[in-house]
Design a protein. Structure first.
Length: 553
């Protein structure tokens, strides 16, 4: 091996068995001689041994001295818990044994609840395999993993002292290791550790799963919460892509990008949400509507979102408050951090997730929006109006640039309600017309204009999403995708012919340039997953990194 520059590494797994069981002590002595001989030889033959970090060795035990004796000869490697990617790779291998692909939401549930422990992931996979081979469907297991039978099997193998010890740990979790050791003895604790029912961390000890702990104490299995955070830039984008799906028609991300006017990156984020919420299924050929969905209509999609979000960890937390409680954005950020303690995000990212969840929960009837806060109130149904293309009597001509429309909304929100004369004096007549067309402004009984509240992050995002529903701007985007470097006059000529608008040559240039500005603003937002600064807006003092109205980080 030395001549051929090769190394053989032989690893002994579960090495703690040799020094924890008296009947294996002769084997331990032979292993000790083998380790010393290998260290002495210093050859291309490397010995390794793996053991549990929660195993303990008394100071008088020979293995305690061996461990310190080999300190100068060993290289110690700590194995971290599985990352999300590593757990996902393990599940991909498990799918081969299962003979079918695991649904996205169920896959995430397995990964999240295994807590990075390979042995717990394996335990859940075995349980899932037994459930499916017994006739349960993945759709049913996504709703409830039926871990009661798994827990019952764990409890049946316990002796009375082990059962009493585990209940004591559950009641005091996290319990003190040394107090428990004194009360129940090392043999009982070692047996529970060997059965993987308790986990030690320093001088504290706990049951291996919070849900198992609750089952031990109450004999009831709580709902395993759904902790996924949506990554779609907006609910409108998700509904737009979902509406293109059919059960028996596979669509590729490229096709969905083309028909929705969104970038492939944005469509990828939307697809991830559609799979996670059980709205769609996928295979190597593409994505299609999940067979359990009644249709891809907006109300059916929203009802599915409501069904899943009803057991979301954030929803369950908010349900504990009464309807007089005001939930601020800071509260939502704090709750999301508690739900996802291992997630490491920037403050801006947490804020984006919190605002997005607030909008989704508002749309699905779990939150009621107010002034800079929300009220936890389950209305029992979807409350977001079905968002369809609004019929237009005229072709949209972009009479005011996006920046003017955003400024008009903000100004009217601060000063309104106002008359049309007041808006015209401010130079916002055309911007007001667009806001009315977009449904972002309405008139009161005195025929004064006032803004319609929205659940988006800011005015720019509300205007951007309303513009996305303009049939004319859809045509502009489609035209620019085919010919991105055309001039405004050429764009207007194309629209003039399509809609028979009868614009004069001078109007064609003005309208074409205006629509070009709107189209590029929408496309840039879709491509960068953000609502960019409307053309003409200079970064204001205090803008966070001259922030561009991000839809999400």
């Amino acid at each position: 091996m030395e001549r051929q520059r090769q190394v053989v590494c032989l690893v002994f797994d579960q090495f703690e068995e040799l020094y924890s069981k008296p009947e294996l002590f002769p084997v331990f002595e032979e292993a000790q001689r083998l380790f010393l001989s290998a260290a002495s030889a210093g050859s291309n033959f490397v010995l390794g041994f793996a053991w549990r970090t929660d195993s303990t060795v008394q100071q008088g035990h020979p293995s305690y001295f061996m461990w310190h004796r080999l300190a100068d000869h060993r290289f110690e490697v700590g194995l971290a818990p599985f990352s999300y990617a590593e757990s996902s790779m393990a599940l991909t291998s498990f799918e081969k044994a299962l003979g079918e692909k695991i649904r996205a939401e169920l896959r995430r549930k397995l990964i999240e609840n295994s807590q990075g422990y390979p042995w717990l992931l394996k335990k859940l996979c075995i349980h899932l395999y037994e459930q499916i081979t017994s006739g349960a469907s993945q759709a049913d297991l996504t709703e409830t993993l039926d871990v009661a039978s798994l827990f019952d099997r764990d409890l049946k193998i316990l002796t009375p002292p082990e059962n009493a010890c585990m209940r004591a740990i559950a009641q005091g979790a996290p319990a003190d290791w040394y107090e428990t050791l004194e009360s129940f003895g090392p043999e009982v604790l070692r047996a529970l550790q060997d059965k993987r029912l308790i986990v030690r961390s320093g001088d504290r000890i706990n049951l291996y799963w919070d849900i198992f702990r609750e089952y031990v104490l109450t004999k009831t299995v709580p709902s395993i919460p759904f902790g996924y955070l949506p990554s779609s830039p907006s609910l409108t984008s998700l509904l737009s892509v979902a509406g293109q799906l059919q059960e028996h028609d596979m669509r590729t991300p490229c096709e969905l990008s083309s028909v929705s006017g969104l970038s492939e990156k944005t469509v990828g984020n939307v697809i991830r949400d559609l799979l996670m919420f059980g709205i769609a299924t996928s295979d190597p050929n593409g994505i299609r509507l999940d067979p359990l969905m009644p249709s891809s209509g907006q109300m059916d999609v929203l009802e599915r979102l409501r069904h899943v979000l009803k057991r979301h960890a954030l929803t369950l937390k908010l349900c504990r408050f009464d309807e007089k409680t005001r939930i601020t954005l800071e509260d939502l950020i704090k709750y999301l951090k508690q739900i996802n303690p291992t997630a490491k995000h920037r403050a801006e990212t947490w804020s984006g997730y919190a605002e997005r969840m607030a909008f989704w929960l508002t749309a699905t009837g779990f939150l009621e929006p107010g002034d800079n806060a929300w009220t936890p109130k389950d209305k029992g149904e979807v409350v977001l109006p079905v968002h369809r293309k609004r019929p237009r009597r005229e072709v949209f001509t972009g009479g005011a640039p996006p920046i003017k429309v955003v400024e008009a909304y903000d100004w009217l929100a601060a000063k309104g309600p106002l008359s049309s004369e007041a808006m015209e004096e401010k130079g916002l007549r055309n911007a007001l017309a667009i806001l009315c067309r977009f449904g972002l402004v309405q008139r009161d009984e005195q025929k004064r204009y006032l803004v319609v509240g929205h659940a988006y992050r800011d005015t720019a995002e509300a205007v951007w999403n309303a513009a996305r529903d303009e049939e004319t701007l859809d045509e502009v985007i489609e035209y620019l995708m085919d010919a991105p470097f055309r001039r405004g006059s050429e764009l207007a000529r194309h629209l003039n012919e399509k809609y028979k608008a009868k614009w004069a040559a001078a109007s064609e240039k003005r309208i074409g340039d205006a629509l070009l500005s709107w189209g590029k603003w929408i496309m840039l937002g879709a491509a960068k997953n953000m609502v960019p600064t409307p053309p003409g807006r200079r970064p204001q003092k205090g803008d966070e990194n001259e922030r561009q109205y991000p839809l999400f980080d």
